[in-house]
Design a protein around this ligand. Sequence first.
Ligand code: NCD
Ligand code: ZN
Length: 484
Amino acid sequence: MTETRMSESGIVADLVLAGGTVVTGTTRFRADVAIRDGLIAAVGAPGTLPAAREAVDVSGRYLLPGAIDVHVHFREPGYTHKEDWRTGSAAAAMGGTTTVFEMPNTHPPTRSVTELRRKQAAAEKSHVDYGLYGLLAEDNIDELPGLIEGGVNAFKCFMGNTFGNLPSPSTGAMLEGFEIIAPSGLRISLHAETASIMAWRQARLVAAGRNDPLAHVAARPAIVAVEAVARAAELAGWTGARVHVLHISSAAELRPLAEAKARGVDITGETCPCYLLLDTGDYERLGSVIRVNPPVREAADAEAIRAALLSGVIDMIATDHAPHTPEEKRKAVIWEADCGFPGVETQMPLMLNEVAKGRMSLEHYVRISAENPARAFGLWPAKGRLEAGAEADIAVVDMDRSETIRAEALHSRGRITPFEGVTVTGVPVHTLVRGRFVQRDRRLVPETSGWGRQVTAIQRMPPAQPRNQDSTLAACLAQGRGLR
Ligand code: NCD
Ligand code: ZN
């Protein structure tokens, strides 16, 4: 095919992005990027690449690997008045995000292979590539092998209650779940807040008549996260399961995370823009709009999280894109407001604004937004880097362009954001998924709905090293049989 094209017209690439600056996790350099058949065919000195069907001038702009957001809720099936795969993935495309990992707290939840097939059918509308999470809950342990076989990309374990009210697994169910999942090599992402502490405290606060936004923080003090991270890290170390701590919100939970890393547990962590950029000082201004699980905490927490993101204790930035309608968010009684807000469209502009302010280098941003999530979730080296042979998932960024965030302009159905009115400098002006523009000049390319595909086929992680195998439930049951 390619050879025919070459001999007929002399064209060797589908597209060349010319005159930009390529940014990697460690450096940046002026280069043209040639794309062929969805892959990066060559990265070369400006003007040295062969002809292409189309050349796009990106001089003055930066070329970043598209963001890989391992934490989004696209709500379909079941809650499509909040979001669906078309609107959620459009928001991703507009935000320079080229791969999302989507969460299982839909209705029905992604608890067995039957629901996984339904989720895959819904996801066919996606503008961007995607991984799909399977659920690990109290009542679906027997479904885990089927989910693994059926092609989930990772698992999600809600250790604490949140939107969807899925039953948090007991430590016993978690241990068996980790034992079953560990040999697959798939990572288990944790909503690491301990349910029983939160339920107890919330009941006390409600009984005392507390309905104000800060009561939400009081119900979920950082110890809920500390206890959950420490407990999950022990189970991960014991079983060899890979785990990932979602939405890190506190300084205190960094200790069990760093300790587990130091003793060799395969554990990664993410934070989200709200935990870096907002703090308890914003509750009065934002009211119930700021309600999210886990909650936004003190300024000192935000500072510690920022330092951990720079030092590598926290590996990546994700969004926990959790859209709800304005009516569901705006409530006088804090306990009645749905938790979370959209984020997949605003993450890159908000973080590039941090770069523009000199708080982080563009190279470091590439590490936390693309390289590290690609490595942790088995997509590297196909995704997460701009080098020959990789998939051409690219965010073209204009670091001189300013925009003001407006909920009404978001592509998500969740048109309400705590970042309303924030002016940012640094915006993705084109987004390409496997060589195709899904966003061009700040406009969605609507006909790319359906271009996204599940990342399963790209790469599977090698199995984790199973530990303590003789004590797994399966081994114990088999021993019993052997005696008879
Ligand atoms: C998320 C949601 O709405 O699905 N809400 C939230 O406050 N973060 C669920 C979650 O990730 O906990
Ligand atoms: Zn969560």
